[in-house]
Design a protein. Structure first.
Ligand SMILES: Cc1cc2nc3c(=O)[nH]c(=O)nc-3n(C[C@H](O)[C@H](O)[C@H](O)COP(=O)(O)O)c2cc1C
Ligand code: SF4
Ligand code: FES
Ligand code: FES
Lengths: 163, 549
């Protein structure tokens, strides 16, 4: 079985578990994003077909909720929190520093695709604002120096593994 | 399972816990985990074994203690000794000193009695004290006794009467009377009826509801089951943001435990009542917390509000009567049933009873999760509980109520926390966020920030909100880049009034609040930007940062 087959089987299980119910669309999309990492258009058409929904409906739901990603992310993802608590504690300067240091823009990736930068609205760690998430690690009371160093480290670790 | 079984479990659990002289509560909630709470928990478990005190000292994983900026936080009972910024390295020293020798290790203690002195922890009664993953812990402190009391000795009408009598008002926003709302749904003729618990908490920078769910999920569930009995609903949903994995896990576990103990399902506690509960996941849309939008989302559709009436109490999920209630509201319910509405009225103000949880953040010395009696002043929250502004900076404003709240200055800090007083000064209660700004914040930029947020989150269904906010944004862009004109201030005011009066749902109706309050209290900053091309905080007039996705 290819990775694709395994994923497809996983998705099928999820659909089955939810009895192919239209009202479970959000749960199914969540699982699908977990399985595939992101939701590309073909996948959405598939899901729409399985639930007997028009693709436009599924598409509308996915674009409506910012949690769903329709683009393949970079291998490492840094997500800065732009919630109020982080905003008033200067997360903007950190975002600008990351953009400058790694030469990428919010919503985009570096040229080599190794790092992408996105924003979120509050991850609930507001008492340690500003908060930045690097892959699955939350960096609290972040400063631009700390964040840049941590990003450099994961990028370096990545290079080591591929050697 | 019935009442006597619950009593037996409570007795057994209490006996089990009494065998320990000490209890070490390690906060493993979202604020402390990134700082290594689980490693600290493991270190305590190992240390009590190694030092041979595991028979007198219980190590427990708990939810938030309330002091989320000094995590990992560890609370040692008896005596509520609170250790701050604990690392696996100093765990052994704490166990050796506090448990083995019986002398608290003062150098690691959090010394700030002021933080808790003016708080009143009713909703957060168990937060940081019980293990949220064990239903026995919850039962041992009186959990599910209120449910048993309702089912065995009260009629549904009696339950509604008690809640009405308590004066409890909704904690998610508008402050509608809870008893009245239950009465409406109970009297609706259509069946089946549904309950939706609102844990969307889409206001950025607020974590009060999340932390409650992580610390005491059974309190929310018990409140829901009691509500289901009162209004005769058989199915409920907890609508929770998917960005809250730990809260989701806590609730999922708690639901499974409640099912296995016959507290959910058919014949609850051996009675005729049945109620089933499921989670539904939100996906990062602020408007989804609005009550008609949440219904759409639970049905798996785009979360777009619709006009009311019909109200959800009559036509909610799948057109059936539906009770929508914030999770903090629900967590108050078991307490009121156990102690009575009259007891509850002893807290807070006559027309605004009880307490309110807030996440306190921003430029303040003691950020964290607080619970205060209604009627406390903003000044007491900022200075007595929050400890004032750090690094010798000056206080500038306090944001109450999230993106649809108000930015309030020094001069109204004596305003009380209650729905009406906050409304008078231009803010709203919201679902529970207080953010403190110091002199480094620009009030024009702050209003602009919230406007951007509301534009992004507007569902676009009605013109006043969509087009009005776009117009407002253009003006802010002008002002922030030095192109503002004096009559822009008047236009901002007029457009804001229009948006408030003509929008379909609460998002549009409250979105201009930050604009209007900054214009009301910080007008001179707008004038400075427009006339002097000057931003006293040094934030505007820089290269434009198009940050948002
Ligand atoms: C834009 C918008 C967002 C809202 N978000 C929430 C929310 O995150 N949590 C919440 O409990 N109520 C939220 N509300 C209020 C709900 O519509 C509803 O009034 C509330 O959940 C009712 O529960 P309560 O009476 O217990 O407060 C929001 C309202 C609006 C207009
Ligand atoms: S007020 Fe805004 S969010 Fe509410 S329905 Fe209208 S466009 Fe949508
Ligand atoms: S505002 Fe950034 S974590 Fe909440
Ligand atoms: S999250 Fe640990 S004390 Fe609040």
């Amino acid at each position: 079985m290819t990775t694709e087959d395994i994923r497809r089987a996983q998705l099928e299980r999820v659909l089955k578990k939810n009895n192919y119910q239209k009202s479970a669309l959000l749960e199914i999309l969540h699982s699908a994003q977990e399985i595939y990492g992101y939701l590309d258009q073909n996948l959405l058409v598939d899901i729409a077909g399985s639930l007997n929904l028009p693709p436009s409906h599924v598409y509308g739901v996915v674009t409506f909720y910012s949690y769903f990603k329709m683009r393949k992310p970079g291998q490492h993802i840094v997500t800065a929190c732009l919630g109020t608590a982080c905003y008033v504690k200067g997360v903007k300067q950190i975002i600008e520093a990351i953009e400058e240091e790694f030469n990428l823009k919010v919503g985009g990736s570096t040229a080599d695709g190794k790092l992408s930068l996105s924003l979120t609205r509050c991850i609930g760690a507001c008492a340690m604002a500003p908060a930045v998430v690097l892959d699955d690690q939350v960096i609290g009371k972040a400063t631009k120096e700390i964040v840049i160093e941590r990003i450099r480290n994961v990028l370096a670790g990545e290079r080591d593994e591929s050697v | 399972m019935n009442l006597s079984d619950i009593q037996r479990i409570a007795e057994e659990e209490n006996e089990f816990q009494r065998a320990y002289k000490y209890r070490i509560n390690v906060c493993c909630s979202s604020g402390c985990i990134p700082f290594g709470a689980f490693k600290v928990l493991k270190a305590f478990e190992d240390a009590v074994k190694e030092l041979g005190v595991e028979n007198i000292c219980k190590v427990a994983r708990t939810g938030c203690v309330g002091t989320c900026s000094i995590g990992p936080a560890v609370l040692v009972d008896p005596g509520e000794y609170l250790y701050q910024c604990v690392t696996p390295e100093n765990v052994r020293e704490i166990v050796q000193g506090h448990i083995v020798s019986g002398v608290p290790v003062t150098k690691y203690l959090y010394n700030n009695s002021g933080y808790f002195r003016k708080q009143r922890r009713l909703v957060l009664r168990n937060a940081g004290k019980i293990d949220p993953t064990r239903v026995q812990d919850y039962i041992s402190v009186g959990g599910y006794f209120a449910l048993a009391k309702c089912l065995s000795t009260m009629t549904p009408q009696g339950v509604i009467q008690e809640i009405t009598n308590s004066g409890l008002r909704g904690r998610g926003g508008a402050g509608f009377s809870v008893g009245q709302k239950w009465g409406l749904v109970a009297r609706a003729h259509n069946t089946p009826k549904y309950i939706v618990a609102n844990l969307d908490e889409g206001d950025p920078g607020i974590f009060a509801n999340r932390t409650l769910a992580e610390a005491d999920p059974h309190a929310i569930i018990e409140g829901m089951i009691i509500a289901s009995y009162a209004i005769d609903a058989q199915k409920g949903y907890i609508y929770i943001r998917s960005e809250y994995p730990l809260a989701i896990e806590a609730l999922q576990k708690a639901i499974a435990q409640a099912k296995s103990m016959n507290l959910l399902g058919d014949n609850i506690l051996g009675t005729q009542h049945k109620f089933d509960l499921e989670l539904r996941f939100g996906a990062g849309a602020f408007v989804a917390g609005e009550e008609t939008a949440i219904l759409m989302s639970v049905e798996g559709r785009r979360a777009q509000p619709r006009p009311r009436p019909p109200y959800p109490a009559n036509q909610g999920l799948w057109g059936k009567p539906t009770l929508i209630q914030n999770v903090e509201t629900l967590a108050n319910v078991p307490l009121i049933i156990l102690n009575g509405g009259t007891w509850f009225k002893g807290f807070g103000l006559p027309n605004c009873t009880g307490t309110k949880c807030f996440s306190l953040t921003g430029n303040i010395n003691n950020p964290g999760l607080i619970e205060v009696p209604m009627g406390i002043t903003l000044r007491e929250i900022v200075y007595d509980i929050g400890g004032g502004i750090p690094s010798g900076k000056k206080f500038k404003a306090v944001l109450v109520g999230g993106p649809s709240g108000g930015c309030l200055p020094e001069s109204v800090l004596d305003a009380q926390i209650d729905y009406d007083s906050l409304k008078r000064v231009g803010a709203i209660m919201g679902s529970g966020g207080i953010v403190v700004l110091n002199e480094d914040s620009c009030m024009v930029d702050t209003a602009r920030y919230f406007t951007d947020f509301c534009i992004e989150e507007s569902c676009g269904k009605c013109t006043p909100c969509r087009a009005g906010l776009a117009r407002v944004k253009d003006i802010f862009d002008k002002i922030a880049t030095g192109e503002g004109e004096l009559n822009d201030v008047d236009i901002l005011e007029k457009v804001s009034e229009y948006i408030i009066n003509a929008s379909l749902c609460g998002l549009g109706q409250t979105a201009p609040n930050p604009i209007l309050t900054t214009l009301r209290y910080f007008r001179e900053e707008y004038i400075e930007h427009i006339v002097d091309k000057k931003c006293r905080a040094g934030i505007c007039f820089k290269k434009e940062h198009k940050g948002d996705e």
